[in-house]
Design a binder for this molecule. Structure first.
Ligand code: FES
Ligand SMILES: [Fe+2]
Length: 393
């Protein structure tokens, strides 16, 4: 019996990228110019609708499970106004809870986005104590609570699953769509992208570093910036721009998600290579957008996961997680990846992309633009905003 192994999804993208380099023929060149209403980036009702109908209902990627590599690892974030705690228990399972004590609601872990190691979670207010599987282990002066049903007072668990090494959760403990074990069908949610993430083996990557920062911009301006390559050789001229062709990419809509491949300086080299040697990190830059708020960028020797979590119309928690194919073996590799992280996170993402997003946010109410113009090189934005409108309807 012969087994056919399906070609990885980027081989077809590379074929299309080569013809796009030769002659601009993709369907995007037939698109009409579009306009985005500036109000979608600052209107409070729009923000509330996004929070309630997207961010509290859809599975969101909260990062990579390897960040919590050991039992007892715990990390807390406030995501879209929801205090969240992610913990790995002795049984090896990663669970996601509300970071809220069941006595009178204090936060169990006050510090955000720093992994700590705990035997148990002790509330700072009156010291109710929880195990890392969420169950209530004990409380001081129990005689004061004669009616307490301890088994009902574990931490509130959010529906969550680890798939492809990534932690996915719905930020509503009462959400539909989870089975009785509070797990989620992420393969179904990702559709064809599920195969992409398998093919690129993101699950076998290791957590290297993370930087979480609140920036004064609407979350969608950040997503917009990572969905188009028109700016790359210009805004990033002093950093990564020289490694890319000028605005050449091809992509697919995958349900509400997107995958696209960006031409680099080395893309033409694949003409002399067999397809199995075409690298979606070296000969092009593959990008996945997982609706509504995750971007995954495949750099030449590491991966960036970006999560955009709005806390107000004009404020977003931007979480950049760097994943490497292995942990650094020596000081030289450590120095190399540290330099890469500092260039990409500090120099490119925060220093260039997000700085522009904050400038745009400040100018939205100036009256300069009735609509933000989207051209044929920015059609991924039209797809994203079309899917957003559909999800909010
Ligand atoms: S609020 Fe946590 S122990 Fe009282
Ligand atoms: Fe950029």
């Amino acid at each position: 019996m012969t087994m056919t192994i399906a070609a990885p999804p980027w081989q077809d993208l590379f074929q299309r990228l080569l013809s796009e380099l030769d002659h601009r023929g993709s369907a995007d060149w037939q698109a009409d110019q579009a306009r985005l209403d500036p109000a979608i980036y600052h209107n409070p009702q729009r923000y509330q609708a996004e929070r309630d109908r997207l961010f509290r209902r859809l599975p969101l990627c909260l990062g990579h499970a390897d960040q919590l590599s050991e039992p007892g690892s715990v990390v807390a974030f406030e995501l879209c106004g929801v205090p969240v705690l992610i913990a790995r228990h002795r049984d090896g399972e990663v669970r996601v809870f509300l970071n809220v004590c069941r006595h009178r609601g204090a936060r169990l872990i006050a510090e955000e986005s720093t992994v700590c190691h705990k035997q148990s979670l002790v509330c700072p207010y009156h010291a109710w104590t929880y195990r890392l599987d969420g169950t209530l282990a004990g409380l001081p002066r129990p005689e004061a609570f004669p009616d307490l049903q301890r088994h009902l007072l574990g931490l509130r668990r959010l529906p969550s699953t680890v798939r492809h090494g990534l932690v996915w959760a719905v930020l509503d403990p009462a959400a539909d769509g989870a089975d009785s074990n509070r797990t989620l069908d992420i393969a179904g949610y990702l559709g064809e992208l599920d195969r992409d993430l398998e093919a690129i083996s993101i699950g076998r990557h290791r957590f290297y570093r993370q930087h979480a920062v609140r920036r004064a911009t609407n979350w969608k301006l950040i997503v917009d910036a990572f969905l188009e390559v028109y700016h790359v050789t210009r805004l990033h001229a002093g950093t990564i721009g020289p490694f890319f062709a000028d605005s050449v990419s091809v992509g697919d809509a995958v349900g509400p998600h997107q995958r696209y491949l960006v031409a680099r300086d080395r893309t033409a080299e694949i003409r002399a290579l067999p397809p199995e040697h075409w690298s979606p990190q070296v000969h092009g830059t593959l990008v996945h957008f997982v609706f509504p708020n995750s971007i995954i960028v495949y750099h030449p020797d590491y991966i960036s996961h970006l999560g955009m979590f709005p806390s107000a119309p004009d404020e977003t928690l931007f979480v950049h997680t760097m994943l490497t194919p292995k942990l650094p073996a020596d000081a030289k590799e450590e120095a190399h990846w540290t330099r890469s992280f500092e260039l990409m996170d500090g120099g490119v993402f925060n220093g260039e992309d997000l700085a522009i997003c904050e400038q745009i946010q400040r100018g939205l109410l100036s009256g300069a633009n009735d609509g933000l113009i989207v051209g044929r090189l920015e059609q991924n934005l039209s797809r994203f905003h079309g899917n957003l409108d559909a999800a909010l309807r």
